[in-house]
Design a protein around this ligand. Sequence first.
Ligand code: R5P
Length: 312
Amino acid sequence: MDVKVVPGSANRPLASALADMLGGGLTAVEVDQFPDGELRVTVSSDLRGDDVYLLQSTGPPVNEHLVELLLLADACRRAGAAQLTAVVPYLCYARQDRRTEPGEPVSVRVVGDLLAASGVDRVLVVDPHTPNLEAIFGIPVEIATAVPTLVDALRDELSAEAVVVAPDLGAVKLARAYASHLDRPVAIISKTRLSGKQVRAGQVIGDVAGCSPVIVDDMISTGGTIEAAVGALGEAGAAGGTVVAATHGVLTGEAGKVLGGLELRRLLVTDSVPPPSDLPPRTRTVTTAKLLAEAIRRLHEARALDELQALG
Ligand code: R5P
């Protein structure tokens, strides 16, 4: 079985970098739109008997990128793919992984069902908001982490008094992973989400007085969580020189401005979604191409991804 990389339109630079690393180039794909907004996709190669990796990140416009992914999956299947893996570096709807109020859907479950119904055999994701995806999706989920890649980039930024900060309880496991790589203590902030756009930071658990915070999160959307965390850390006596590392710099709306106003020493994100044009000053984007290329090689050879945890 040959490896074929089929790129969605959401992140062509990442797809090209990935194809360069794997060799073999990208399968030609056309994505067009009908006047009414419907998408029309075409996969221009025969994929009969191939091991196909369909790369599509589902950042904004989220619903369009998601539908494109589903249509491309169906097209790959009909073009004869023997095995189809959806490589979704940033998986949308992962924050809606449970019902917090009556009347809500479990949206990420719907996404999993749609992927399976479109012919996807398994999904490869990077640092999903819900590490529990495997229990939610009906198809196998492979998880790669960008933490070691971001840790490598962080080492140059680290002061002797650095403390790794989880900006909410959901980020504690992630913060522990960073802290163990960096050999630093962890502090935790209790956060309340008031709406999709508004959060409130509460108590800081852990000693941060005089320390330089390294705030880590799986994703940044409005920047509200980071803004609230920086405020709470300041009140708790943290020193300046804050560094922020997040796998998915989705940065919607005014996020660039919000983060720019915080005077961070460094903002580190990956290219799991294409970096927006208004990135705040001192942002560094690190690529996930090497991580994804190695993950694909391993999946193709039926090897586990476990050792990727240590890949820099
Ligand atoms: C939520 O729990 C996530 O891990 C992030 O903290 C959150 O999605 C960031 O969103 P925003 O930047 O809009 O606060």
